[in-house]
Design a binder for this molecule. Structure first.
Ligand SMILES: [Zn+2]
Length: 66
């Protein structure tokens, strides 16, 4: 019953993985190459407020912890 020994049943595991997957898809860090604006958006097709679509997107999970 220690906190370091989680026991997932298959259903819980699937839900957990699906949650992670959704986080990947729904949160991307955006960087506009035109005006250097940086923000987090909830879609892959993003447009900067400056009107540029030359936006670099990075999935949030790719950032290292800390
Ligand atoms: Zn911009």
């Amino acid at each position: 019953m220690g906190p370091s020994s989680p026991q997932f049943n298959p259903e819980e595991l699937r839900r957990w993985q699906f949650g992670l997957r959704q986080a990947d898809d729904n949160n991307v860090f955006c960087h506009c190459r035109q005006c250097d604006r940086e923000w987090v958006a909830s879609a892959h097709n993003v447009q900067c407020t400056c009107g540029s679509t030359d936006v670099e997107t990075i999935s949030c999970w790719q950032f290292p912890d800390g």
